[in-house]
Design a protein around this ligand. Structure first.
Ligand SMILES: Nc1ncnc2c1ncn2[C@@H]1O[C@H](COP(=O)(O)OP(=O)(O)OP(=O)(O)O)[C@@H](O)[C@H]1O
Ligand SMILES: [Mg+2]
Length: 142
């Protein structure tokens, strides 16, 4: 979960910060996480299908990035094609990450939501209901 959410936050944020907040409530056994970034944001139209299964061919994804007019969007689009040409890491994946995150949350009777504003940033919030216990060393275990 955190790997994909953080990977997204980092690859779509060129300035500002990325934060992770995790909390756990003993009474309700609810684990809550937030991954907050100050990146390029996600449009309201895109948010509606964000957690759906849609494996995107890379060429279509790149075309989509190229359509953005604002500078950070354009930079991320360029980074994407530069990395692709030099064999480095791409910013566009296959679009499975958030779908898998939602499935995992559902498995643990929780949910995942997205609040975002284009050019301001994105906050992904997730909950999972799971019993966590402290072992004799004081560390949490599931
Ligand atoms: N923090 C974010 N900021 C801006 N856009 C985001 C963010 N998180 C996700 N997105 C958008 O949602 C899309 C879907 O994200 P998702 O993690 O499902 O797939 P992916 O990162 O493209 O590929 P994969 O996770 O399979 O490698 C991303 O391609 C991106 O366009
Ligand atoms: Mg991803």
């Amino acid at each position: 979960m955190l790997h994909n959410l953080l990977q997204n936050a980092l690859k779509f944020t060129l300035r500002g910060s990325t934060k992770v907040i995790i909390s756990y409530d003993d009474q309700s056994m609810n684990l809550q996480g937030k991954v907050i970034d100050s990146g390029i944001g996600i449009s309201p139209q895109k948010i509606t299908s964000l957690f759906k299964l849609r494996i995107t061919p890379h060429k279509i994804e790149n075309q989509h990035h190229d359509d953005f007019a604002t500078s950070d969007h354009a930079k991320i689009s360029r980074l994407n094609s530069d990395r692709e040409n030099s064999g480095g890491q791409r910013t566009s994946g296959i679009g499975l990450g958030l779908y898998i995150c939602r499935k995992l949350c559902q498995e643990y009777r929780g949910e995942i939501t997205c609040e975002s504003e284009v050019d301001c940033g994105t906050t992904i919030t997730f909950t999972m209901r799971m019993p966590l216990h402290y072992n004799t060393h004081g560390s949490l275990r599931h």
